[in-house]
Design a binder for this molecule. Sequence first.
Ligand code: ZN
Length: 246
Amino acid sequence: MLLHATKLINTAKRVTIFTGAGISVESGIPPFRGEGGLWSKYDPIILDLDYYLNKTELSWPIIKELFYDFFGNAKPNAAHKILANWEQSGIIREIITQNIDSLHQQAGTKAVHEFHGTADNFICTKCQTIYNTKELVLTSEAPLCLNKNCKALLKPNFIFFGEGIPHRAYEASLYAAHHSDLFIVVGTTGEIMPASQIPIIAKQNGAKIIEINTSPSNYSDRITDVFIQGKATQVFKQLNGLLEKQ
Ligand code: ZN
């Protein structure tokens, strides 16, 4: 399987990586779903847009604790770093990620399409100004727009329930799905629409699919050409070793 995958990577002209929560688990970030996932401990209503706008005082403290106090300390792992090196050496073209943790960028990857937005920015719910999280002082009260004439509520710039996919990331992901000849799916079970459709569109447009997951997913029987079972860091270290030998 590893050798077959290496051969596909070597012969492909345009390689896109598609990542989900599984790649960040080894950085200490728990997935939302499944056993031990965030939604087994917290009520998903905290990420409902109407709830955030109307019950901000209940929703914000939990969002802050989860996505800023806790996630904020996570560091890229070996899989993120190898992918950043692969981009630099031209092995891969770009990464589509469902994660909002910005660990791909922290590892050094430039072409990242954040399908669900990012926790790294906030957007004003009124004037749409975007602020880097580092510009803001996050307290137990939700942050407000720094524009003196606005002062409206800011919202983390990742998508809440009830929001659409960020336009540019969506367009770029569709373009990659139509123009790549190899998709490498990593750490995602393909359950979340519409993100889950991107590798399927790639397959329909002729891309080969390598899947790296700890257990088989919705993709495995349906679109996967090469399934590699294992943790992302282990598999990427092995693949990287094989590619370096050639
Ligand atoms: Zn504003």
